[in-house]
Ligand binder design. Structure first.
Ligand code: GLN
Length: 479
């Protein structure tokens, strides 16, 4: 059963939330040892929360739109009194004194949290191999990665450990693992979902969004978590009051919509032929459903990756300065305060996090600032303008999510650039702030899932979801 069905069954009393959560916990028992989707399984808390939902139903109350739905949270979202690690040794022993806004909203909607999921340390990576606690494996083929950085959240939904999960997407960390694990993953418009309680990586790019097995479930989850939050200064005031509900328009079809297939994220070198073919096939499916489909160029998207790998590390170097052995988690003692700071950071951060901090510090340093950070910001402006121009002619855009299907564990760990190239199709939407999502569409010859990416202008999630629903429906009728 998917999240929509589970919530309906629990609300009507047809199924108990306790029974639903036990079912998911037993699947976790059976396969978690092999997959390692979680940093923490919250079995007892989940059982207690489910019992409360059942008691509410028995009293005739409505426990909310996600009543009894098992949900997994990426372990970079704060949960009060429970370890929140970012899959880093540096947060060892730290328990946040507050809940992230998304956690509060999900709980108020009746969700039952089953655990905190594994990620690349501080969300830096594309394979979940950068976790200090060991990698997560892909449920479709455990010799392969689930993608990253939200690999644990994607794997948890793909393995049916949870009906829904949350990830964070700074450069593709929801969409790319969704594609590799064969599930739906959504990066909302920047500012649509509160970042309060999300441990910061690159604050101008970070967004929280859902993973689900269906487009409708993803819309349901998004409408629970989004909306203005005074605790996040970048939160948009008009969400959701002034924007259309994706759930309400899902079955409206795509008749008359103008769809552009973006050359730079479909045809570029390095994008596998079967991935290109899936994007073209999704375009044809939309055409037969009544949309008009054409190719379009968003020229500066080609420079997205270079700009991203200056801006994201620059912001990270500043955000991660707070882990100094004084306020959070790990402390490694030294003779002087400076030595304590240095020893703590040397021991607490993994190699990729250190690489990002050094890249970012360099890009921001006097004498290099304008050449690196300044240029990257100007490229960001060009990307925003190019997207705006494309959206004068098209309602939505289409492209690949990931250049390839899931790769073998270890295949890209020795070469950071090869790993960074995994993000080439996803980073442009983070730089522009626009929403984008990945929908499963077909598989390669070995049966590994392929995701197609749907992109839309800021706050046009409703149109994006309509198109995603049509792609999902076409996949159903083809198979
Ligand atoms: N893979 C990208 C990176 O390593 C994106 C990460 C993310 O979106 N959190 O930076």
């Amino acid at each position: 059963m998917n999240a929509t069905e589970l919530a309906a069954a629990v609300r009507s009393g047809e199924r108990s939330a306790v029974e639903v959560v036990e079912e998911h916990l037993s699947r976790i028992d059976a396969r978690e040892g092999e997959l390692h989707a979680f940093n923490l399984v919250m079995a007892d808390d989940a059982r207690a929360a489910a019992a409360q939902i059942d008691a509410a139903v028995a009293r005739g109350e409505d426990p909310g739109p996600l009543a009894g739905v098992p949900v997994a949270l990426k372990d970079n979202m704060c949960t009060r009194g429970l370890p929140t690690t970012c899959s880093s040794k540096i947060l060892d022993g730290w328990k946040p004194p507050y809940d992230a806004t998304v956690v509060t909203r999900l709980r108020d909607a009746g969700a039952v949290f089953v655990g905190k999921t594994n990620l690349d340390e501080f969300a830096m990576g594309s394979s979940t191999e950068n976790s200090a606690f060991g990698p997560t494996r892909n449920p479709h083929d455990p010799s392969r990665v689930p993608g990253g950085s939200s690999g644990g959240s994607a794997a948890a939904v793909a393995a049916d450990f949870a009906a829904l999960s949350l990830g964070s997407d700074t450069g593709g960390s929801i969409r790319q693992p969704a594609a590799l694990c064969g599930v739906v993953g959504v990066k909302p418009t920047y500012g649509a979902v509160s970042r309060y309680g999300l441990i910061a990586f690159a604050s101008s790019l970070d967004q929280i969004g859902p993973f689900a097995t269906t487009v409708a479930d993803a819309a349901l989850a998004l409408e629970v978590i989004w909306g203005h939050d005074p605790l996040d200064s970048t939160s948009i005031g008009s969400v959701p009051s002034a924007i259309e509900s994706p759930l309400a328009v899902l079955d409206r079809g795509v008749e008359g919509l103008r769809v552009g297939i973006v050359d730079e994220i479909t045809l570029a070198e390095g994008i596998a032929p079967e991935v290109r073919a899936a994007v073209e096939a999704a375009g044809l499916a939309l055409e037969s459903a009544g949309a008009s489909v054409e190719h379009v160029s968003v020229p500066s998207a080609e420079y997205g990756l270079s700009a991203y790998y200056l801006i994201a590390p620059a912001e990270a170097s500043s955000n991660l300065a707070r882990y100094d052995g004084v306020r959070y988690g790990l402390r490694v003692d030294g003779e002087t305060v400076e030595q304590m700071n240095a020893a703590t950071r040397d021991c607490g951060f993994g190699a990729e996090v250190k690489r990002r901090i050094m890249l970012g510090t360099y890009a921001l340093s006097t004498g290099y600032y304008d050449a690196y950070y300044g240029t990257a910001q100007r490229v960001r402006t060009l990307i925003i303008r190019d997207f705006e121009r494309a959206y004068e002619r098209f309602d939505v855009l289409l492209g690949a999510t990931s250049p390839t299907v899931a790769f073998e564990l270890g295949a890209r760990t020795a070469d950071p650039l090869a790993m960074y190239l995994s993000d080439v199709c996803t980073v442009p939407s983070n730089l522009s702030g626009d929403p984008a999502m990945s929908v499963p569409f077909g598989a390669d010859a070995a049966g590994l899932p392929i995701g197609v990416q749907v992109l839309a202008p800021a706050l046009q999630e409703a149109t994006m979801f309509r198109v995603a629903a049509a792609i999902e429906a076409a996949k159903g009728s083809a198979s």
